[in-house]
Design a protein around this ligand. Sequence first.
Ligand code: AMP
Length: 284
Amino acid sequence: MIVIPASREMQALALEHMRSGRRIGLVPTMGFLHEGHISLVRIAKEHSDLVVLTSFVNPTQFGPQEDFSRYPRDNERDDALCRQAGVDIVFRPSPHDIYGRDHSVYVDETSLSSGLCGRFRPGHFRGVVTIVAKLFNITMPHAAVFGRKDAQQARVIEQMARDLNFPVKIVVAPIVRESDGLAMSSRNAYLSPSERIRAAGIYASLLLVERLYADGVTETAVLVERLRSEIVSRAQPDEIQYVEAVDYGTLKPVDTVKDATLIAVAVKIGQTRLIDNILLLAGT
Ligand code: AMP
């Protein structure tokens, strides 16, 4: 495994691999890796001949009041995990390498990114779409893997790849959870022991809604209201940003569960913002 710190070098190597007919599988991350990230590496391997994992805490996707400067980092541990998982290349550029002083071009998605997290994190998806477009150009992947943990992000990237004609297969991977159901996230490291226990209440509440749906409740107002009250009592969040039922394709609210309906939540437990979701499929 090699670690590459410069985009020029990364792009030259990617070109070389591409010309030799080797398919690159890309796993974009912000580092501080956990089993969720490693599951994406395994999936990337199924779609490629070599895996590039990018580790970059992207400043442009953080708001001014957000946690950019204190986002957890541990490069040595990340490299050991990558080596173990069979990553071929870790691309870990500096912010300066990615955004030159006179950087002035951004990529904006104008529909899917407006609701859900977009309402609470203005500019976030512009930062995400811009960095992913740049990473596609730098690493020239055949396939890129994203987690459904960040379902809105995955949909926005799918749309970007389609609308901007990136020749990349976008693969969306299932959510990996801790044993008590909490979705794995680098930000879970912020939680105090008592907050960590409350955080498990988010998924417990989502599971309850999944059961209600299995029992025949399809009206999303009922499901969302129940979910909200379960989250309040089980997770005791300090803030509920949203609890919504949206169509997985358009990310627009739906009245009843049809096709694929995403039940998505964003809450704050203490200072830590956590998101999670389940996908309800009609006819199942
Ligand atoms: P991050 O480092 O948090 O920006 O995440 C990098 C990638 O890993 C994104 O595509 C995330 O959706 C994905 N990811 C993060 N947590 C999980 C998880 N618990 N299960 C599956 N994928 C995840």
